[in-house]
Design a protein around this ligand. Structure first.
Ligand code: PGA
Length: 252
């Protein structure tokens, strides 16, 4: 069965509640015909409002991060249960900015992933190599070791709500996109890795998104590739007229 493309917007630390409201007000009427699945991850503060405003539409709301713990004395943290109550359906885990600025290791991401899956939140697990690793020809090795450590001990039946996002760090926010061919090559390797580890059925159904400077000009070319099932979009998800173009260009 054809997979519907999945376009996920990651707003990062952008938009107040008021700005989020204005964004959705402009976006929603223009995507009502789109066949793509649409995800948006606003900041925590705007999550409940966005979930309210998108209820009954094609857009699903999720979070950009969450705590690995269920609850407790963890100042500043947000739990899976809190996110779900606020209307989150998914959570982005292991984004390279969390790995770099907040020192999240694969072990931490592994624990967050287990927590998210246990709480029935769909998890978008981000993997990807740095520019130096890419230039040294180590992309595959780096991505496989991230997958090994983040998916350790998990079984196929725990992973139906896993999405993987391949985001080469050198392409995030830089305007340098991986060519569709380079991205496809790594996506294929990820799918093959997942088939070997968790079986063909899971690997075939698995959504593998590409992220890193996706914009209206390159989205369709990337998504044309057989193993690229969607996109995780940062900068280009911040303006409704730009995000809408991406969604409509990949919605046949
Ligand atoms: P970008 O970010 O689209 O701005 O490159 C992608 C991401 O960080 O997920």
């Amino acid at each position: 069965m054809e997979k519907k493309p999945l376009i996920a917007g990651n707003w990062k630390m952008h938009k107040t509640i008021g700005e989020a409201k204005n964004f959705l007000h402009e976006l929603l009427p223009n995507i009502s015909e789109a066949s793509a699945q649409i995800f948006i991850a606003p900041p925590y503060t705007a999550l409940a409002k966005c979930a309210d405003l998108t209820s009954g539409t094609k857009v699903q709301i999720g979070a950009q991060n969450m705590s690995e713990s269920q609850e407790g004395p963890f100042t500043g943290e947000i739990s899976a249960r809190m996110l779900k109550e606020a209307g989150a359906r998914f959570v982005i885990l292991g984004h390279s900015e969390r790995r770099e600025h907040y020192h999240e290791s694969n072990q931490v991401i592994h624990r967050k992933l287990k927590r998210a899956l246990h709480e029935q939140l769909l998890a978008i697990l981000c993997v990807g190599e740095t520019e130096n690793q890419y230039e040294a020809g180590h992309s595959e090795k780096v991505v496989f070791s991230q997958l090994d450590e983040c998916l350790k001990d998990l079984q196929a039946d725990q992973l139906p709500s896993l999405v993987i996002a391949y985001e080469p760090i050198w392409a995030i926010g830089t305007g340098k996109t991986a060519t569709p061919e380079t991205a496809q090559k790594i996506h294929r390797l990820i799918r093959t890795y997942m088939a070997k580890s968790f079986g063909n059925e899971l690997a075939e159904k698995l959504y593998i998104l590409y992220g890193g400077s996706v914009k209206p000009e390159n989205a369709a070319l990337l998504l044309e590739k057989p193993d690229i099932d969607g996109a995780l979009v940062g900068g280009a998800s911040l303006k409704p007229e730009v995000f809408e173009q991406i969604i409509n260009k990949v919605s046949p």
